[in-house]
Design a protein around this ligand. Structure first.
Ligand code: ADP
Ligand code: MG
Length: 361
């Protein structure tokens, strides 16, 4: 395995830095296909920030979230209490804030946690966070709240959906109080589509697309690992600029595997998976849920949608039916960009796999 250094992302880093340089006024949604490097970009940007920023970063990816309580719990990090003679328990907000490093979860102690969970959920949690952020601000620092993989709470309900309560809280932190910068990251393009069409968020958020590397950045990335022209070109043709695949290949090359063979293997595997998905809909039918209703997936509509990618790399959302698109997005085959209304495969590999899978249908 090679140690891979953070590569490029100049445009995206600049954009985040310019948001951070100004007064908090809106929520920033960082979106893009799966494994395009959103989390990596966030982590790297945080590392490079000066100490005047205090970043509260919460990644919900690995959290089990079936209720509002689960979500509240995932936000906080309990301060270890040492009752011994040497360390005093952190009792006040100021004491809790004093122990915060540049990147952390949201610190809390037992008493505040009891308050947060007592009643009036999730409002008590939010009012605690506001008080804590005000305390950070009082020390001359700028709080930044980042929630990664937020779509995971999409279905959690508290008097309606939790997500709406959360959005109100974010609007309060940014547009109303100008207290903290708020960033939300997600790979789920259906979630971003829902957000984009959400009336309460209109004019209150910005969007930052983090896509796979483009051609130049990919070539440059592979150059830095000493790749030859032929290998770079076949790699771009087969998998495009998805960082996670590029790293897989860089590591394969270190162990002296033939790049062509690795690429062929990846394509065969993905083509087979897509073929199976299509075959199952044909033979067993398929179903998806959109909001609170169930819809049957229509085999002909599905095939028609996939066939559009035989000649083109991306299509317009209006060209094909909503159920097929939603089904294929949920299967991580397609990616929808609600800002441009374009639909494209999750990666170049998926594009080629779609073409291979649909060839004989
Ligand atoms: N700019 C980059 N430079 C180097 N490696 C990267 C970069 N972006 C992503 N990666 C690699 O790709 C993997 C997937 O990226 P990640 O940020 O987890 O994707 P996402 O959050 O968009 O799903 C990371 O583990 C990292 O190894
Ligand atoms: Mg991520």
């Amino acid at each position: 395995m090679r140690n891979i250094e953070f590569h490029n992302r100049e445009r995206e880093t600049k954009e985040i830095r310019s948001i951070l340089d100004s007064r908090p006024t809106s929520i920033t949604f960082i979106y893009g296909p799966i494994n395009s490097g959103k989390t990596e970009l966030i982590t790297h940007t945080i590392d490079e920030l000066p100490d005047e920023y205090v970043v509260f970063y919460i990644n919900l990816r690995t959290k089990f979230l079936s209720s509002c309580d689960d979500f509240i719990e995932s936000l906080f990090e309990m301060e270890m209490e040492t009752d011994g003679a040497l360390k005093k328990r952190k009792e006040t907000l100021a004491e809790l804030v004093s122990s915060v490093t540049k990147v952390a979860g949201i610190p809390i102690n037992k008493e505040f946690l009891d308050y947060v969970f007592k009643d009036n959920k999730p409002k008590n949690a939010f009012s605690y966070i506001i008080k804590l952020f005000e305390e950070v601000e009082a020390t001359g620092k700028q709080p930044v709240l980042i929630l990664d993989e937020l779509q995971k709470i999409g279905d959690v309900k508290v008097n309606g959906f939790l997500i709406y309560e959360l959005f109100n809280f974010f609007i309060d932190l940014t547009k109303e109080k100008h207290l903290a910068h708020v960033f939300v990251a997600t790979s789920d393009s259906l979630f971003i589509e829902q957000i984009y069409n959400e009336a309460m968020l209109q004019g209150r958020c910005d969007y930052l697309l983090v896509d796979d590397f483009d051609y130049e950045v990919t070539m440059d990335f592979l150059d830095s690992y000493g790749w030859g022209e032929h290998e770079k070109e076949i790699t771009w043709k087969c998998i495009g600029g998805k960082p996670v695949y590029l790293i897989k290949l860089i590591n394969a090359k270190v162990s002296e595997k033939k790049i062509r063979d690795v690429l062929d293997g990846m394509l065969i595997l993905r083509t087979g998976e897509i073929k199976t998905t299509v075959k199952r809909v044909n033979e067993l039918g398929g179903e998806i849920r959109i909001e609170d209703s169930s819809y049957a997936v229509n085999y002909t509509g599905l095939v028609d949608t996939l066939k559009r990618f035989v000649e083109r790399d991306e299509i317009d959302m209006g060209e094909v039916d909503e159920i097929s698109i939603t089904f294929l997005v949920k299967k991580n085959i397609l990616f929808v960009d609600p800002l441009t209304m374009m639909v494209k495969p999750q990666s170049k590999l998926n594009l080629l796999a779609i073409r291979g899978a649909i060839k004989d249908v």
